[in-house]
Design a protein around this ligand. Structure first.
Ligand SMILES: Cc1ncc(COP(=O)(O)O)c(C=O)c1O
Length: 401
């Protein structure tokens, strides 16, 4: 399937051409286990497995499932990786991968502007298990070089980052890591394989919260890690032990969502750019964080690395915590909530959902007046008209106070 363009792979890759009953869709194999004809079949299976054969057959639901396997093959094809492993959530993919690859005494370099649960897992859980983490700020020259130590095992970054949309210099990450035998991993949730292909740039492993753009419909949780089979062998083993596996229903929905990935991301890239440009021209907006705008600190890097700038626009309202909440409430089209990447637009004030304590928000680098707007696939004119009415009402409200 790798000879085909991404949109063709999205429709066909990973799925059997000839499916049961001649069905056009991959079936949901709703089973917890897989049976054997007799003991002879079990022993034959065990011998082939011991001989190193991969994907001999399904054995038990915590290890594999045919619907999940089809989703994994499609995801591996889209990212250009040898193998993909599907998990119950993005966090399950991240935590299982880190737990599988790191041991006590190892050192992790983590980009600080990342999903806060990833940071929490590294700092508190891995810390307790004897794995030290150094947080580095994206965008500062030489940060990876300065942070690595003789015991560094992995450099892990997110790009574009959440919520400030910083873009990582992946070539720099690889340049520092490779000669030292350090692994590199990128959380590419915000980019998707439509906008960025980290493996083709020399990154070893790519993870996604498939809950977001990959599934695309705000109706399931899933996570995936993609890379070379030899690197993923311990991760697959850890998934079987720790049990954060996906399920056939979600895998089916993920396969369905992936078929329209390129169409959806194309529209979301377009909506992101249109909305960011609109917002930058508004006096009631203090600052817009969008890598497609020349005002973004990583615009140069984004132009070089990304084929689209994505569907998330973060911006700062000219006001404090309360006015920002009022602005969010004045929007009529997006739902208010803590996710992104689906066909429905979703908006949030990150500070409001993060913590009621201003000191904690400050420590996490979250300004009170920040809005994270995850654009869906609605019409850009409608989204802009909605933003316009909310900003106008906000200004009228403030003037009459
Ligand atoms: C960039 C990023 N990575 C990972 C996650 C975790 O994914 P999940 O919610 O599927 O566990 C999120 C969730 O918001 C995220 O935004």
């Amino acid at each position: 399937m790798t000879d085909y363009q991404l949109s063709t792979q999205a429709v066909h890759a990973g799925e059997e051409r000839r499916k049961p009953y001649g069905a056009v869709t991959t079936p949901i194999v709703q089973t917890s286990t897989y049976t054997f004809q007799d003991t002879g079949e079990i022993l034959d299976f065990m011998r082939r497995k011991a001989g190193g054969a991969t994907s001999v057959r399904d054995e038990y639901g915590r290890y594999s499932n045919p619907t999940q396997t089809a989703a994994e093959r499609k995801l591996a094809s889209l990212e250009g990786g040898e193998q993909a492993l599907l998990f119950a959530s993005g966090m399950s993919a991240i935590t299982t991968t880190l737990a599988a690859l790191l041991s006590a005494g190892d050192h992790l370099v983590l980009v600080s502007d990342c999903y806060h649960r990833t940071r929490e897992f590294a700092l508190s859980f891995l810390g307790r298990w004897g794995i030290e983490t150094t947080l580095v700020c994206p965008g500062q020259p030489g940060v990876f070089e300065e942070a690595v130590r003789p015991n560094t095992r992995l450099i892990f970054g997110e790009t574009p980052t959440n919520p400030y949309l910083r873009v990582l210099d992946l070539a720099e990450m690889v340049r520092v890591a490779r000669p030292r035998g350090i692994l590199t991993m990128v959380d590419s949730t915000f980019a998707t394989p439509v906008n960025l292909r980290p493996l083709s740039m020399g990154i070893d492993l790519v993870v996604h919260s498939a809950t977001k753009y990959l599934a695309g419909h705000n109706d399931l949780l899933a996570g995936v890690v993609i890379g070379a089979r030899r690197l993923l062998a311990p991760v697959e083993h850890a998934r079987g032990v720790m049990g954060g596996v996906s399920n056939a229903n979600d895998a089916y929905l993920l396969i369905r969502g992936l078929k329209t990935l390129e169409l959806r991301i194309g529209r979301q890239n377009e909506n992101g750019m249109r909305v960011a440009q609109f917002l930058e021209a508004q006096p009631a907006v203090r600052r817009v964080h969008y890598p497609g705008l020349p005002s973004h600190p990583d615009h140069g890097l984004a132009r070089e690395l990304l084929t689209g700038y994505g569907g998330v626009v973060s911006f700062e309202i000219d006001g404090a915590f309360e006015e920002t909440g009022r602005f969010v409430d004045l929007l009529r089209l997006p739902y208010i909530g803590p996710t992104l990447g689906g066909v429905e637009s979703i908006v949030e004030q990150p500070a409001a959902l993060f913590s009621l304590d201003p000191a904690e928000r400050n420590e996490a680098g979250l300004v009170d007046n920040l809005v994270r707007y995850a654009l869906g696939i609605e019409n850009a004119e409608d989204l802009i008209a909605d933003l316009h009415q909310a900003l106008t009402q906000l200004q009228v409200g403030e003037a009459s106070r």
